[in-house]
Design a protein around this ligand. Structure first.
Ligand code: MN
Length: 203
């Protein structure tokens, strides 16, 4: 079972990570402007998960500094949304990033199943539940079920990344993946600026 450490309002300054950091966010819903950011989950892939509760209108400078750290890679599943939410709420451009969903889309063209649940099942043989996904993340206290769920969303990203990297190399798409990861902060900025529903590369 994962070790879960709760942080109230910002990441404690004494927390350090070795290597890349897996990141996920929970919000009140999937609408970038309507729904507030409630929780940010972080893990170094070592079975320890830090849960940072975000309070409305309160800055989180420690968390923002980690997201902006150019020497610290952040691993997401569907980075576009999390990066956009943190840009809007924390005013921070998150980079550099790795996105397991983009990686999967580029190397697993044999399937349309690129959700986190499918990746964990297909690549690691691990069953994770998405039952708590739409629970109330703004509640005054999080339930043990919510905390376990939130932790699960970051605990396997390092392992998924390793497997996906092998497949990206095999399929000769690593350079393309890196270019896509590099564009994510800009794609997120477009979302926040009002181009969320448009593909700017479209005809
Ligand atoms: Mn999540």
């Amino acid at each position: 079972m994962a070790q879960i450490i709760l942080h109230d309002g910002d990441l404690s300054p004494d927390v350090t990570f070795a290597g890349s950091v897996a990141v996920d966010t929970e919000t009140m819903g999937l609408h970038l402007w309507r729904d507030r950011l409630c929780l940010v989950q972080l893990s170094a892939g070592d079975g320890v998960c830090h849960l940072v509760r975000i309070h409305p209108g309160t800055p989180a400078p420690g968390l923002a500094a980690l997201m902006a750290d150019p020497d610290r890679e952040k691993i997401f599943h569907y980075a576009r949304f999390d990066v956009a939410v943190m840009l809007r709420r924390l005013g921070v451009v998150t980079a550099p990033i790795y996105c397991t969903k983009i990686a999967s889309r580029l190397c697993r063209t044999n399937t349309d199943a690129h959700g986190l649940r499918s990746l964990c099942k297909d690549l690691l043989g691990i069953e994770i539940s998405k039952q708590m996904q739409s629970s109330d993340w703004g509640a005054p206290t999080l339930s043990p079920e919510q905390m376990d769920y939130a932790a699960n969303d970051v605990l396997y990203l390092h392992r998924l990344r390793e497997t996906l990297d092998t497949m990206l190399e095999r399929e000769g798409r690593m350079d393309l993946a890196r270019a896509c990861f590099g564009f994510v902060p800009h794609r997120a900025a477009l979302d926040v600026a009002g181009w969320a529903d448009q593909d700017i590369f479209d005809h």
